[in-house]
Write a protein that binds this ligand. Structure first.
Ligand SMILES: [Mn+2]
Length: 316
């Protein structure tokens, strides 16, 4: 059942014990949204936890300090933040399917899988929706709440550079500044600092990406062996798929990586006027027009070839 913001706020007001779920390969938005919602609900006198996500990386682990539980508390009202489909939940949470009461999300290509949902595809980040809900709940908010919101807002907009960035995004960010968030420090940490390993993998990408269609499209397939030899962590690879898109002239960039279990992970980035989901839906994935993803059950080279074909077909 689709809810309005007001109805969602009422549902949150009417319940007292919450458990919040985040998506696999958790990013700043799913974690920032979950942390802000959890902290906000606690400020309102409610009991709230975030279910410990086994894939949280050191880069974002500070967000969940003191907020996580490892098992589902009894009678918890389960909410997910930034989760577009059942496939986006960590595999070990499959038993929670059907028990999720409310989904708060901003993915346009999302599938309904919870009892209630608030989905706002025009919102650049899920964190902006959480901000609005906390306002409707008249939650006072404090610096930790707004720190978490700022991480979600800034990471999903590439620090306010992506085309999804709206007036609303800046209003939410302004509220963060007003609440005492040190945006300079967070921006330095999140966007102005690279490990040497990340720079080395970028150098590898520059040398090995395939430019198609007169240089308007890029396909980059990164073998796991290369990641291992460079020594990158998942944090180093965060949003790496945006990098080939930064080459002048490239409108759509596809980045493929091998997972440990032999699957291939596809991430597509597109500039306005091009829809990244045109590629990912062909492989059972989804996402946003500017940023989308899918898992492909093929070895890396075959997957890259399949992606190249689809790109040449859907972007004539
Ligand atoms: Mn998001």
């Amino acid at each position: 059942m689709k809810l309005t913001r007001n109805e969602t706020a009422r549902v949150l007001r009417d319940n007292n014990r919450f458990l919040i779920l985040t998506h696999r390969r958790p990013d700043g938005d799913t974690l920032g949204s979950a942390a802000a919602l959890c902290l906000g609900l606690r400020l309102l006198g409610k009991t709230a936890w975030v279910l410990g996500n086994p894939e949280v990386t050191p880069r974002f682990s500070f967000l969940l300090e003191g907020l996580t539980v490892d098992a589902v508390p009894e009678d918890a009202f389960i909410v997910s933040t930034d989760v577009a489909s059942p496939g986006m939940l960590p595999a070990q949470w499959a038993n929670l399917m059907g028990k999720i009461r409310l989904r708060i999300d901003h993915h346009a290509s999302s599938t309904s899988f919870t009892q209630m949902e608030l989905v706002e595809p025009d919102s650049a980040s899920c964190a902006e929706i959480v901000w609005e809900l906390l306002r409707l709940l008249q939650c006072p908010g404090d610096t930790p709440v707004f720190n978490a919101l700022y991480v979600g807002i800034s990471t999903d907009t590439g620090c306010f550079r992506f085309s999804n960035t709206s007036e609303h995004t800046f209003l939410a960010a302004a509220a963060c500044v007003r609440a005492g968030v040190n945006t300079y420090r967070l921006n330095q940490e999140l966007f102005e600092t690279n490990t040497l390993e990340r720079l080395k993998i970028q150098a590898w990408i520059v040398e090995h990406m395939l430019l198609l269609h007169g240089g308007t499209m890029a396909v980059c397939a990164i073998p796991r062996a290369v990641e291992v030899s460079v020594g990158v962590t998942e944090d180093d690879m965060d949003n790496i798929s945006n990098f080939p898109r930064t080459v002048a002239g490239v409108k759509v960039a596809a980045t493929l990586r091998e997972t440990q279990d032999g699957e291939t992970k596809l991430s597509v980035r597109a500039v306005p006027g091009y829809d990244a989901t045109l590629v990912t839906v062909r492989f059972g994935g989804g996402g946003h027009r500017g940023a989308a993803g899918a898992s492909i059950n093929l070895p890396l080279t075959a997957a890259a070839e399949a992606v190249r074909k689809v790109m040449e077909e859907v972007y004539p």
